[in-house]
Design a protein around this ligand. Sequence first.
Ligand SMILES: *Cc1c(COP(=O)(O)O)cnc(C)c1O
Length: 422
Amino acid sequence: MNKKPFVTLDKLKEINKEYPTPFHLYDEKGIRENASKVKQAFSWNKGFREYFAVKANPNPFIINILKEYGCGTDCSSMTELMLSNSLGFSNEEIMFSSNDTPAEDFVYADKIGATINLDDFTHIEFLEKTIGHIPKRICCRFNPGGIFQGANGIMDNPGDAKYGFTKEQLIEGYKLLKQKGAKEFGIHAFLASNTVSNDYYPELAEILFKLIVEIKEETGCDFRFINLSGGVGIPYQPDKEPNDILKIGEGVRKVYEKILTPAGLDDIAIYTEMGRFMTGPYGCLVTKAIHKKHTYKEYIGVDACAVDLMRPAMYGAYHHISVMGKEDAPLDHKYDVTGSLCENNDKFAIDRQLPKIDIGDYLVIHDSGAHGYAMGYNYNGRLKSAEILLKEDGSYQLIRRAETTKDYFATFDCFDIIKDLV
Ligand SMILES: *Cc1c(COP(=O)(O)O)cnc(C)c1O
């Protein structure tokens, strides 16, 4: 597969007249088409809801688009809960899947009626002490431990992950929650990240469905929903096939009918908490080549850096790069594409075969729509970029302005040490 940018060079030049590079650009059409497919894929399940993982892209304009398709939000912190609340999400439209949760976050989540997804057995008591009761509706996060090995090379290591209850804790936890007054129960698990395979959700569903049948028997809890969480991936590499969400939905339906229906549990809602799959491919980081350097290697210095997109520096993640206007040129140059941080891992690509790059060329760094801007930070005093939405009719809209130096210094505003800067 050839990965093509969703934007043309002419459009980028037009946008760049108004807004300087670097910026994150989002493809409204792509987001909408995908969200609509997700809805369709699970339409067989009456209570289905996708809770968009806000951490993947906490931009209110993007979240509002997803809201039109019936999505709720999955939050991991106070500010994400606040954002959801202020966008008009309420009660069962908000999932609070946090871990190592501060008391004040639980208080706020309870206040706005979010469904609390507990990460640990000890959080039952912590929650009760903190908010003074156990909510009627509650969820627990399961961690089976060991290695999760699915078909098609899906593999991850839940045994090494900090999240969730063991099976024994889970059973005791549900019993305790029921005893303390909870009435409606859910289960949640996230066993593998960025799975580029249509089998992950069905395999996870099978594990959770079987477990629920067993736990219901043992505890008598009334299970209302099964939350398959995130982990549905996207093909960052150009040679990988994207997931087919319709097939995934169908795969989950088959397992549902095989396990839950015969057990008389055929009104349980399926929930998902996808982040990456919902917005990842529909965002890109637009940057320009500002320096060429030749030493022991060939370097292209761009005006974006790891504060704009941290995944390559943090995980060595591959992000495809298109040199705009040179899409059909031969890939006959080998470059490291670098940002300006004083960190040698601030490289968007290492030894990447690309067309010859000239200063001023626009580079589109693909798949920044999830865990892109969101992971940004301010190291080296670098400021965060703008976010721009490319609309279906070809017009564009600023949906977050770039940070200014004033924003950066704002947290000194209660001191008088750098008055002239704040
Ligand atoms: C990160 C996260 C998600 C979203 O994961 P993706 O891989 O982006 O789909 C969902 N739920 C929880 C609890 C998470 O931590």
